[in-house]
Design a protein around this ligand. Structure first.
Ligand SMILES: N[C@@H](CCC(=O)N[C@@H](CS)C(=O)NCC(=O)O)C(=O)O
Length: 307
C-alpha cells in the first residue's frame, strides 16, 4: 500500500486543497471517505477527537489541516515543489487571508441556502461555526458579496502582468490556497459567482489552468485498512521537541487538548511530544489503531491542559 492515506470528503474546499497538492506533485495515494458530520468514530479513533477534513495519515502518524499536509507532502516528496520560488513563509501566511475569502463565500452560501438544509446537518454546522448566526447571516448578503468580489479582485490583480500562476511561471501553494473558494462559489451558486467574478478574465483563465492540476492517482480503501496501516506502523518513534521559548511553557509529557481556535472541529487529547512555533504533536494510544502521533499546525490551534 502507498504510504499516503487521505481521510476526507470531496465537497469540502479544504479537501480540494489537499487534492490539488497531490495533483501538483502527481502522487499516488489512498482515499478513505469520511462522513460530512458525526458520528465519525473511525476517524476519531485515529485523531483522538479532531473530526475535520482533510487529515493525512502516514503509517501511525496523522497530519491535521491542509497547512500541515502541505508541509508534510513537501518534506516527503520535494519535487515538483509547492514552493518553486522558495517563498514558503509568505505562501503559508496566505492561509489567514484565504480564511477570510472562505468566510465571505461561506456567508453568501449560508444566507442563500442554509434554511433548505436537512435539520441535523444545519444543526451540526451551527455548532461548527458558533460565531455565525445562521438566522440572520443573509441580512448582510450584499456586504459579503462585496467582500468576496474584493478578495477575487486581489487574484485578478496578481495575475494582471500576464503570469500563468499567482507566484509566477510555475504553480505553487499560493494557487492552491486561493482556488477552492472560487470553485466553491462557482459550484454552490453559479449565477451569483458569474456576477461576482464578472470582468476578471485573467482569473477565469487561471481557473481553467487549476482544473488541469488534478488530484494525482486515487485508490479507495476503507477505514479498517487505514486502522490496520496504523497498527502495523505502531508505535511510531518520534523525537520529543519542545521550544524552550514557548509562550505557554508546557512541558513534554503533559496531557493536553489540541483544538482549532476558529471552528469547533473537535479537540484531540494526548501526551505532548512536540511544541514548536510551526507544530504541536501529541502521542496517544487506542485499542483499534495502536500508539499514534497526531500532528497539528500551531497557527490557528489552541493547546490547553487536559482536565
Ligand atoms: N484549517 C483547516 C480547515 C478545515 C475545515 O474547516 N474543514 C471543514 C470542511 S470544509 C470541516 O472539517 N468541517 C467539519 C466536518 O466536516 O466534520 C484546514 O485547512 O484543513
Amino acid at each position: 500500500m502507498s504510504e499516503l492515506i487521505l481521510h476526507h470528503y470531496d465537497a469540502s474546499p479544504f479537501t480540494q486543497r489537499a487534492l490539488r497538492m497531490l495533483g501538483l506533485k502527481r502522487l499516488a495515494w489512498h482515499s478513505v471517505q469520511m462522513p460530512m458530520m458525526p458520528p465519525k468514530d473511525g476517524l476519531v479513533a485515529l485523531t483522538g477527537g479532531y473530526r475535520g477534513t482533510p487529515v493525512l495519515q502516514v503509517g501511525a502518524e496523522l497530519f491535521i489541516d491542509s497547512q500541515l499536509i502541505a508541509r508534510k507532502l513537501e518534506q516527503l516528496h520535494p519535487t515538483p515543489s509547492l514552493f518553486p520560488a522558495g517563498d514558503a513563509g509568505l505562501q503559508l501566511a496566505m492561509v489567514k487571508w484565504s480564511d477570510q475569502f472562505f468566510r465571505s463565500a461561506l456567508k453568501i452560501v449560508l444566507g442563500a441556502t442554509a434554511d433548505q438544509w436537512p435539520e441535523p446537518f444545519r444543526k451540526d454546522r451551527e455548532h461548527l461555526f458558533p460565531d455565525i448566526d445562521f438566522a440572520t447571516v443573509g441580512v448582510e448578503a450584499s456586504h459579503w458579496r462585496s467582500q468576496f468580489r474584493a478578495h477575487a479582485w486581489l487574484l485578478e490583480q496578481q495575475l494582471s502582468d500576464g503570469r500563468a500562476w499567482l507566484a509566477g511561471a510555475a504553480p505553487s501553494l499560493a494557487d492552491i490556497q486561493a482556488h477552492p473558494f472560487v470553485a466553491m462559489m462557482r459550484g454552490a451558486m453559479p449565477e451569483a459567482a458569474g456576477e461576482l467574478l464578472a470582468g476578471f478574465a485573467r482569473l477565469a483563465a487561471w481557473e481553467q489552468r487549476m482544473l488541469g492540476m488534478g488530484e494525482g492517482t486515487r485508490t479507495e480503501i476503507d477505514i479498517a485498512a487505514a486502522h490496520a496501516a496504523a497498527r502495523a506502523a505502531s508505535p511510531v518513534k518520534i523525537a520529543v521537541d519542545i521550544d524552550a521559548h514557548d509562550a505557554q511553557r508546557f512541558t513534554a509529557g503533559t496531557q493536553v487538548v489540541v483544538e482549532p481556535d476558529d471552528t469547533q472541529r473537535g479537540g484531540s487529547v494526548g501526551e505532548l511530544v512536540v511544541l514548536q512555533p510551526n507544530e504541536v504533536a501529541i502521542r496517544r494510544t487506542d485499542p483499534q489503531v495502536g500508539t499514534v502521533v497526531v500532528h497539528f499546525p500551531r497557527l490557528g490551534y489552541r493547546v490547553r491542559a487536559a482536565d
